[in-house]
Write a protein that binds this ligand. Structure first.
Ligand code: NAP
Length: 293
């Protein structure tokens, strides 16, 4: 099976390179090798490689910067996935795409299901929502996995930041009024590979039957404050921490260009019912991630 992966250097894309490798020939790209905001280069690659599966882990994920780079955010998060979907449909290929809890406004107060009405608060969420819709309209064999609070131990995630702060600051202040479902990139990549393996040689037909929009995130939810506490607890090198106390704070104490939903936990029941598995509880996955380094 030939799998074309976009976003190979990102948190999720890097993990996908590992988990998809046993399933076939994985041809992977990232910026600047391919700039997904340039339509011709995207179309050229898909037509030249003629993959059976396209996995799109690339995205413009700078939530705050998106407020001032609207055009680029929409090009990468909305137009590029729409084009991938068109090209996939023309080739008879299946598309795996990812979206975000930030399509919601956070006012529901309980975990969101797929049929809840989106109402993004910022440019990033709006551009990702437009991407979901473009994919849905352009191809028949696709799955869009809406996920939440993705982290890896590589790069610039919340987990990496908390660990870094814990080496520098005696007191940490972390917001306790933002709640979501922390998701270890590795578990999402592993779930993606399981889906591709389940689809097997006829991924197109298999996804045409049961694809669509699904929520898939770490099981359960937590505030950023609780998440940070767990990160400090699971830190395998706790002796390096200089942090002596961690205090709850309010989102309003840390003004940012983009407004974020305060409660964006995802209910992943639909995915579990359809495919027979779910991601581990967020805290269990965090422990594994930190043990794994
Ligand atoms: N991170 C989260 O908390 C979160 C939460 C919910 C949903 N998601 C979704 O989950 C998926 C994976 O997220 P992630 O955290 O793995 O993202 P990530 O670490 O930011 O990786 C995204 C990758 O896409 C690349 N990219 C950006 N613009 C591009 C362009 N014009 N052409 C080609 N590649 C480009 C980035 O390259 P550069 O680094 O060079 O820009 C990066 O390597 C995305 O669909 C995201 O929207 C993420």
């Amino acid at each position: 099976m030939r799998i074309l992966l976009f976003g190979k250097n990102g948190q999720l894309g890097w993990e996908l390179c590992q988990t998809l490798a046993p399933l076939g020939e994985v041809i992977a790209y990232d910026f600047p090798e391919v700039d997904l905001s340039v339509e011709e280069s995207l179309i050229h690659i898909v037509r030249r490689l003629r993959p059976e599966v396209i996995v799109n882990a690339a995205a413009y994920t700078a939530v705050d910067r998106a407020e001032s780079e609207v055009e680029r955010a929409f090009a990468v998060n909305a137009r590029a996935p729409g084009l991938m979907a068109q090209e996939a449909q023309a080739l008879g290929a299946a598309l795996v795409h990812y979206s975000t809890d930030y399509v919601f406004d956070g006012r529901k107060g309980s975990p969101y299901i797929e049929t809840d009405a989106p109402n993004p608060l910022g440019v990033y969420g709006r551009s990702k929502l437009e991407g979901e819709r473009a994919v849905e309209q352009a191809c028949r064999a696709y799955i869009t996995l809406r996920t939440s609070w993705v982290y890896s131990l590589r790069g610039d995630s919340f987990v990496a930041k908390v660990l870094q702060w814990s080496r520098q600051q005696p007191t940490l202040r972390v917001v306790d009024d933002q709640l979501g479902s922390p998701t270890w990139a590795h578990t999402l990549a592993d779930a993606t590979a399981r889906l591709v393996a389940m689809g097997g040689k006829d991924m197109f037909g298999w996804l045409r039957e049961r694809g669509g929009l699904y929520h898939l995130a770490g099981d359960g939810f937590a505030s950023r404050f609780e998440w940070a506490q767990a990160i400090l607890r699971y830190d395998p090198r706790r002796e390096e921490q200089v942090t002596r106390q961690i205090l709850p704070a309010h989102t309003l104490d840390f003004p940012t260009p983009a407004q974020r939903p305060l409660f964006s936990a995802l209910d992943c029941t639909k995915f579990g019912d359809a495919f027979g598995f779910r991601l581990p509880a967020w805290e269990e996955a965090l422990g594994l991630a930190m043990g794994a380094g």
